[in-house]
Write a protein that binds this ligand. Sequence first.
Ligand SMILES: CC(=O)N[C@H]1[C@@H](OP(=O)(O)OP(=O)(O)OC[C@H]2O[C@@H](n3ccc(=O)[nH]c3=O)[C@H](O)[C@@H]2O)O[C@H](CO)[C@@H](O)[C@@H]1O[C@H](C)C(=O)N[C@@H](C)C(=O)N[C@H](CCC(=O)N[C@@H](CCC[C@@H](N)C(=O)O)C(=O)O)C(=O)O
Ligand SMILES: Nc1ncnc2c1ncn2[C@@H]1O[C@H](COP(=O)(O)OP(=O)(O)OP(=O)(O)O)[C@@H](O)[C@H]1O
Ligand SMILES: C[C@@H](N)C(=O)N[C@H](C)C(=O)O
Length: 452
Amino acid sequence: MKLEAVELVDLFTNYKGAANDRIALHQVMTDTRKEAKQSLFVPIVGDAFDAHDFLKQAIQQGAVAALWQENRALPKFVPTDFPVFYVKDTTEALQQLAEYYLRKINPLVIGVTGSNGKTTTKDMAASVLSTIYNTHKTAGNFNNHIGLPLTVLSMPEGTEALVLEMGMNNAGEISLLSRLATPDYAIITNIGESHLENLGSREAIASAKAEILEGLKPNGKVIIDGDEALLAQLKKEERSISCGFKQLCNYTISVEAAEDNRSVFSVNGIRYELPMAGSHNVKNAAFVIALCEQLQMPTKSIQQGLNHLTMSGMRFEKHEGIKGSLIINDAYNASPTSMKAVIEVVHQLQAKKHKVLVLGDMFELGEKSLALHAGVGEAIPAGIHAVYTLGNQAKEISTAAAAKNPQMEVYHFTDKKELISQLLNTITEDTVVLLKASRKMKLEELLLDLTD
Ligand SMILES: CC(=O)N[C@H]1[C@@H](OP(=O)(O)OP(=O)(O)OC[C@H]2O[C@@H](n3ccc(=O)[nH]c3=O)[C@H](O)[C@@H]2O)O[C@H](CO)[C@@H](O)[C@@H]1O[C@H](C)C(=O)N[C@@H](C)C(=O)N[C@H](CCC(=O)N[C@@H](CCC[C@@H](N)C(=O)O)C(=O)O)C(=O)O
Ligand SMILES: Nc1ncnc2c1ncn2[C@@H]1O[C@H](COP(=O)(O)OP(=O)(O)OP(=O)(O)O)[C@@H](O)[C@H]1O
Ligand SMILES: C[C@@H](N)C(=O)N[C@H](C)C(=O)O
């Protein structure tokens, strides 16, 4: 971030201290547990803490100015010249400041939402765009009403392209993010079952994702999964571009080769290679290709960006396991669509014949959760040798898998230690183990025992 305190005076007119001074603000501080020199402290009121209680620590950690909720008394230790801007709500003020800074830097803005593939597609887009543009992107999964403003405010001054991941738990949240970011391009990756608990139906999820159009610039474009029936209505939107395997898409994908570490495919007849497996990742890449072709980027630059992907962790992250096995950590999060997608990739893997799935609970799926877990079990192909499940709901996966494939080795556990002690006995050089569950399961903890 590159701002001066004086710039905030027009935004937040109720202030005290040396607010009119040209005090450089290099970053935003929302966590006094971390040092942030020359920062603007923004005290967020959260579920566990109210950061207004930590102003002293904020100053000690490098804050040189602060936003402050106007109905809160300022502690007496605050120096009289310390710039304080009084606001109704610090989270809303953070969003307002982000909006101001975004207008000031004025990059090309790409918003990415969808049930699955947001982080992957965001990373792919940033990799490709950075071959031509000074590009900034969402760090990790900072995709909500706090994370997105922080991403905008962490944008360097010379940023030319900004790729923003937009997440939601409830209707209305994508709308807020899109109206703040006003994307030039929006991508809706797919409509799965994530957060079904709050939305109630996939139709409602589709409507929530379509909120990304609410902030889309008038001459902007939305790139959608053309194979998704629930987005069919969006295809009629004049600003929409469809991308998919079906022939009626604006950008039609055709897979030529699917290897363990490489996919070869064409989009409208132009051939690309992706250093990743999985048809879902081919589609994620195709969304990015459609975006970059809309930007008239040369095919060579697009391919160069795909060749040099830098991906966020725990998305099909490969590790060399004990005894020469292969461990795939795809445990950042899970929903039925994403779990089925990655199981199919493991099923297609050629390098390892002994295929083992370690699958945990998937959360926030609502009243149909147990049936959705069972649906994953029923979809496990016969080529999978063993299924280990962990968690109360994941038992439905193993029960359904055993019923569908009596020859499959199926085990259920409620304890990670018991699971791992049994699993370790079966691992050979020819084994591939997939770890997949919702975030709260922290299935990546099993990596410690599965790798040297
Ligand atoms: C507000 C915040 O950043 N909280 C983070 C903090 O949590 P903690 O429990 O410690 O504090 P509180 O939130 O109660 O405290 C309020 C503030 O006080 C600060 N503070 C606390 C103690 C202290 O001594 N000094 C302090 O200054 C504190 O820093 C707060 O600012 O720390 C946790 C551990 O690091 C963080 O996990 C927590 O972050 C929350 C969850 C958050 O929302 N962070 C965003 C920056 C973010 O984008 N996080 C993403 C995950 C976003 C996400 O869940 N996305 C969903 C979809 C969107 C759903 C959305 N509607 C929602 O509600 O989340 C998804 O499915 O992807 C990330 O962390 O990856
Ligand atoms: N287009 C897609 N369709 C279905 N599943 C996908 C798709 N893209 C990725 N996945 C699956 O979802 C997993 C998570 O991918 P990613 O983290 O990119 O999604 P996300 O939308 O950011 O997820 P979350 O909202 O949980 O952070 C991947 O490892 C893969 O298993
Ligand atoms: C952050 C929240 N929306 C989410 O993704 N929860 C998952 C299901 C989890 O925390 O396990």
